[in-house]
Structures are given as C-alpha cells and as structure tokens.
Design a protein. Structure first.
Length: 258
C-alpha cells in the first residue's frame, strides 16, 4: 500500500520557470491532482562562532544562505495538515514547512482558515560554501515556536510580495536564525484546478502598499470632480443671471422705463 501511494504522488521543482533567479516554485501532486503549491524567495541569516586572531576569544560571524535552485523536495498533503520539505547542497541544508487547517468561531459562525504552523531549518556548519572556519562544526536545527503565520481563509492562496522576517531558535547555543521570505504565493489545501492557485488573500503589508499607491489617484479624481462640478454650477448661475432684466440703480432712469 505504501509503495502504491508513493507511486501516485509526484513532486516537481519548477523554479526554472520563474524569471527571478532567487525565486523557487514547488508543486506536490497526489493522484494526478495538485494538492500543494508554493512560490517564494527565501534566504537564511545564520550566526556562527569563529576563533579570534588570538585563538582564545570567540567572534560571531554571519552566513547568508539562499535557498538554491534545483533543490530536492518532498511533500505531504492531508485534509487538515500538509508539509513541504526542501533540501540542497547534498542535504547540508533542509527546510521544512508545516501547514495546518482549522476553524474558529466568529460572529458569522464557524469559519475555516489555514496557517503556517511550524518551520524547521537544519544546517551544517561543516559545509564550507557559506560557513568559513566555524568552531565545532556540525549539524544544528533552528525551529519556530508557537508560530501562526500566513493566516489565510480556507480555499484561498496566500500572497505577499513584501519581505517578511521570521525568527527561528537554533540548537546552536540558542542563536537566533532569521528566515527572510519575499514574493510569496502559497496554497497547501483546497486547490481546485491543476497547477492553478485559487483566489489570493493578500498580506496586510501588500494591502497597505496598494492603498498608498491608489489613494493619491482616488484623491486626484475626487478633486477633479469637485472642480468640474464647481465650474458647472458657476456656468449655470452665470447663464441664469445674464437672462434676468437688469433694474437701473439710478432713479433718474426710471422715467425711460414702461
């Protein structure tokens, strides 16, 4: 049964289709139907220790680790839980994203939503591409705690072009690892069309930026409309007053009237 289920699942790294070399695209399909899609650019900022020049004191350096194209991936789809696992550089780095769908009570009744519930990042400071002369090199795991990110109504995809920073706590002396996400489009549940995201739910930052971009246009249109209305009223008033009989102000001119 396990072999049959594994044969029915497909995972595809479609990062080469993105014009942005820093953006990755991952798709998980089960029974020939897309059940999870994820697009994003990701980078990890990882602090690590190196010896000072006196070989007595320790200094903290910083490794900037991008998620590489061509990464290996695994996926798991479920009714209420889904997972995406991505590894690169011969599994020196592994990113796991855990998604959860649940419901909550609102004034309109029970409503369902999904969220990114947990992140786990495993890295090896013995890997020399990004870690130079690390003290006591070895594997470490950085994880999130009580995470509730990318909250999205059920049946929709999450979209956020702005950069988001998520902090992870590492097993390496409780160091703080930063995950930088940008150009995100994710949907781990309820995909109705193969390889097609459902309607997007924009993050608050994108909504605010969109409002800031459209507000000057809206105000300009309102101001233009006010000016047009004012000119129209002035024109009508001027036309009406021009057609009225003008009564002379000089009383001596009354004898010529009638």
């Amino acid at each position: 049964t396990a072999a049959r289920l594994a044969a029915e699942q497909e995972v595809e790294n479609l990062s080469g289709l993105s014009p942005n070399p820093e953006k990755d695209i991952f798709v998980v399909r089960e029974n020939r139907t897309t059940c999870l899609m994820a697009e994003f650019a990701a980078k990890f900022i990882v602090p690590y220790d190196v010896w000072a020049s006196n070989y007595v004191d320790l200094l903290t350096e910083q490794a900037d680790i991008p998620l590489a194209r061509g990464a290996e991936m695994k996926g798991k789809c479920g009714t209420n839980e889904s997972e995406l696992e991505v590894s690169w550089l011969e599994q020196a780095y592994t990113l796991k994203l855990f998604f959860l769908k649940e419901g909550h009570n609102t004034s309109r009744g029970q409503e369902a939503f999904w969220r990114l519930s947990r992140i786990q990042f495993t890295y090896d400071t013995a890997e020399r591409t990004y870690f130079k002369d690390a003290v006591s090199p070895g594997k470490h795991t950085a994880s999130s705690h009580r995470l509730s990110a990318l909250v999205t109504p059920a049946g929709k995809s999450y979209e956020c072009q702005a950069q988001q920073t998520i902090s992870l706590i590492s097993s390496d002396h409780q160091k703080s690892v930063q995950l930088l996400l940008s150009e995100v489009r994710i949907q781990p549940f309820d995909i109705t069309a193969d390889f097609v995201f459902s309607e997007e739910h924009k993050c608050p930052v994108d909504q605010r930026e969109q409002l800031e971009e459209t507000l000057p246009l809206i105000l300009g249109l309102i101001l233009g409309l006010v000016i047009v209305i004012t000119l129209c009223i002035y024109h009508i008033h001027h036309k009406l007053t021009a057609n009225q009989v003008q009564i002379p102000r000089d009383r001596s001119q009354y004898k010529h009237m009638g």
